[in-house]
Design a protein around this ligand. Structure first.
Ligand SMILES: Nc1nc2c(c(=O)[nH]1)N[C@H]1C(S)=C(S)[C@@H](COP(=O)(O)O)O[C@H]1N2
Ligand SMILES: [Mo]
Length: 347
């Protein structure tokens, strides 16, 4: 198979979407980024044997087969998914983890069942406060630690989808076939693939992927005391032009995307002089909750030279993308304006 993506590690497979493919509002399934802690199952599970269980602090534990899921009300939701570590390699100070540039993000239209509908079927018991998700992917490495993550009950009840479709197709094997969680607007780590078990708990699940990984912390800090990654932070990226290219003078079309998790992008500004002056970009394409907004700015430039292009997003509550990211040991949530600048040469 032709490799269209930028592969960082083949096993487990971690690969990012090239900048040019981020120019369409929908990211096609075949080039949607891959992030795996364990092994992608070798073959699709037989749907006639697939079961999803809901247990723990519920009034009536449930076991659903795939047809049961299909018979429930279907929800269709656009959602931009981003890995917490996306853009890590653009940080000035090195942080450990996969060296993502900007392609650990994608936007898809997902079809499935709202988790709320399932939890109401099972009945949330008193004391339940967190919801843990477990997939059937096999862990890699000698510690054999399963990728289990929990989210607060509020998020599970308000805006979490269990998706079995991606862009109108059955969920592809590498994206979690047959079912994955999507905590809408939250980073990928909250969106467990190959989902087979949901457990309601009194408190957050305790385990490596909750307590050690996905915590925002400093080198001298116990990871457990750091905040866990949740909502995607406000951010914009430039998808055109390609960095370090030489462009003819005249009209240069600058393209990009902006997203803010649960918040709504209201404005994007562009600077072509490294942040001295700013102009407002024009939005293009769909505007949907939880999904990125695409934008463009036509830059009229006649003077040859070196230029640094920046973009800056603002959400509907007035919150602005920071000029610089706040650094942490694992390089999570890099949304800095300066870190995402693109340098080009005119003429
Ligand atoms: N079961 C399982 N779910 C998982 C993971 C995993 O390793 N195993 N990785 C998570 C992380 S860190 C991210 S960013 C997203 C990536 O989803 P994608 O590969 O469909 O883009 O899946 C999440 N869900
Ligand atoms: Mo991730």
């Amino acid at each position: 198979m032709d490799e269209l993506m930028r592969v960082m590690t083949p096993r487990p497979r971690n690969a990012e979407t090239p900048r040019s493919y981020l120019r369409s509002w929908i990211t096609a399934n075949k080039i949607f980024f891959d992030r795996n802690q364990g092994e992608i199952p070798e073959t699709e599970i037989d749907l006639s044997t697939y079961r999803l269980t809901i247990a723990g602090k519920v009034n009536m534990p449930l076991t659903m087969d795939f047809d049961n899921l299909l018979s429930m009300p279907k929800a269709i939701v656009a959602n931009t998914l981003e890995c917490s570590g996306n853009s890590r390699s653009l940080l000035e100070k090195k942080a450990s983890g996969n060296p993502w540039t900007i392609g650990g993000v994608g936007n898809a239209v997902w079809g499935g069942v709202m988790l709320k509908d399932l939890l109401e079927k099972a009945g949330v018991a008193s004391g339940a406060d967190h919801v843990a998700f477990e997939g059937f992917d096999k862990p890699l490495g000698k510690a054999q630690i399963k990728f289990i993550r929990s989210i607060p009950l509020d998020k599970a009840m308000s805006s979490t989808l269990l998706a079995y479709e991606m862009n109108g197709e059955p969920l592809p094997l590498k994206h979690g076939f047959p079912l994955r969680a999507l905590a809408l607007g939250w980073t990928g780590a909250n969106c467990v693939k190959w989902l087979e078990k949901i457990t309601l708990l009194e408190k957050p699940y305790e385990g490596f992927y909750m307590d050690q990984a996905y915590r925002i912390h400093q080198p001298d800090q116990d990871p457990k005391t750091g905040e866990t990654v949740t909502d995607i932070n406000i951010k914009s990226i430039i998808t055109q032009p390609e960095p370090e290219t030489v462009l003819p003078a005249g009209n240069v079309t600058i393209l990009g995307a902006a997203y803010a998790g649960e918040a709504d992008i209201e404005k994007v500004e562009v600077s072509t002089d490294g942040g001295e002056s700013w102009q407002t970009a024009t939005f293009i394409g769909p505007h949907e909750p939880y999904a990125w907004r695409h934008w463009q700015y036509v830059w009229q430039i006649d003077r040859p030279g070196s230029y640094r292009i920046l973009s800056r997003a603002t959400d509907s509550s007035g919150e602005k993308q920071p000029m610089q990211a706040s650094w942490n040991k694992l390089g999570y949530n890099n949304n800095g304006v300066l870190e995402h600048g693109v340098s080009v040469q005119i003429g």
